[in-house]
Design a protein around this ligand. Structure first.
Ligand SMILES: Cc1ncc(COP(=O)(O)O)c(C=O)c1O
Length: 387
């Protein structure tokens, strides 16, 4: 008897987790694998969580989250971004990925097509397949600073297309969509009557001088956009599992009904941690951002100093997407042999879609010494191949 469904069998394994598992074979590795802040939880957030536990808040909460958190999200969006959403137009989830899952369930019917960035975060493709949807990858090119080319997007739209998924700043490329690009995508979404899901989890980690732009800001887009956001990256809260979606009320009401069937609610103490994150001091976030800036420069300069490797300065997030075509090696061989010979872990670009061939991803959310050692070892590896 076959226990696993066809869709279950079709879900691809995560290349990031695969590399993470392989590194366990070695006593010591230099790892650029995981997209996870290495900072500790800011003290005021820890305090808020502990206070909540001491108050005995260990019970169910309203499905979409406690009102103080939903209000804090709504106020932060208005204050920091000029985006007006009612608290009722927010929904709290155990991580941005859960908010995305719920969004996809609520807006699609089986067999709908969803356009995804390629390269793009690998979970997008897996999630679409397990939801019975058809992922449609559209190539992002380095020469276009890893933004969608509107002509490529338009060519991928069919009668079955339901949504376009954007991710800016991007995992894995570190690319950030500019205003003109988003305006063109918005025009396409309006013309073809599509929903846009915009995964903005890295929006505070932005290294360009331009202010962050969301596609939800363009005329006619608020009504057809779902914003996915969360606390994991900005506040070093990955393991606490706290994310949210922001969308028009009508959709939120359905998502609220649907979430009862999947996770009921998020732990109340963690939600109070989210309130503290949004309403408390900004210094811890600014300090983490200053560190990322330094590391970003270190990693980009280091990679660009290796003959055969080049890397655009990452515009956002904490990933460098290094072009290794000059080494003549396919990216998977590069990653595997680098691990075997130098015990350095990078993720092959094809782990993020076929469009990632010729690239490897390095997460620089790690210590400066690790970055220096890793870059030296990558240099030695490439040199040994060329020499
Ligand atoms: C683009 C992107 N979206 C969402 C997530 C998941 O965030 P969360 O931890 O809130 O589920 C990640 C985590 O790596 C990510 O890279």
């Amino acid at each position: 008897m076959e226990l696993v469904s066809g869709k279950g069998r079709s879900v691809p394994k995560s290349a990031i987790r695969e590399m993470f598992a392989l590194q366990a074979q070695y006593d010591r590795v230099v790892s650029f694998a995981l997209g996870e802040p290495h900072f500790s939880l800011p003290e005021h957030i820890r305090q808020a969580i502990e206070d909540s536990l001491r108050r005995g808040e260990t019970h169910y909460t309203p499905n979409s989250g406690i009102m103080p958190l939903r209000r804090a999200i709504s106020e932060a969006y208005e204050r920091e971004r000029g985006l007006s959403y009612l608290p009722e137009e927010t929904l709290v989830a155990p991580g941005a990925i859960a908010a995305l899952h719920l969004t996809v369930s609520a807006i699609t019917d089986f067999g709908d097509e969803v356009i995804l960035p390629d390269p793009g975060w690998s979970n997008y493709r897996g999630l679409m397949i397990q939801e019975g949807l058809v992922p449609v990858p559209v190539r992002l090119r380095e020469e276009n600073r890893f933004m969608f080319d509107p002509a490529d997007l338009e060519a991928a739209i069919t009668k079955k297309t339901r949504a376009i998924l954007l991710n800016s700043p991007s995992n894995p490329t570190g690319g950030v969509a500019d205003r003109k690009n988003l305006e063109q995508i918005a025009a396409l979404a309006l013309r073809h009557d599509l929903i846009v899901i915009t995964d903005e989890i890295y929006r505070e980690l932005i290294w360009t001088d331009e202010p962050y732009v969301s596609i939800a800001e363009f005329p006619g887009m608020r009504e057809r956009t779902v914003i996915i956001d969360g606390f994991s990256k900005t506040y070093a809260m990955t393991g606490l599992r706290l994310g949210y979606a922001v969308a028009p009320l009508e959709l939120m009401q359905t998502m609220n009904t649907m979430l009862e069937n999947v996770y009921s609610c998020v732990g109340e103490s963690v939600q109070w941690g989210g309130v503290a994150a949004l309403t408390g001091p900004r210094e811890p976030v600014e300090a983490m951002k200053a560190e990322y800036q330094k590391k970003r420069q270190l990693v980009a300069a280091g990679l660009n100093g290796i003959p055969g490797i080049s890397c655009l300065p990452p515009a956002g997030a904490f990933y460098a997407f290094a072009n290794i075509t000059g080494t003549g090696m396919p990216c998977r061989d590069f990653a595997m042999e680098l691990l075997r010979e130098q015990q350095v872990v990078v993720v092959p670009g094809t782990g993020f879609g076929a469009g990632g061939e010729g690239f490897v991803r390095l997460s620089y959310a790690t210590g400066e010494d690790t970055i220096r050692e890793g870059i030296d070892k990558i240099g030695a590896f490439v040199h040994s191949r060329n020499g």
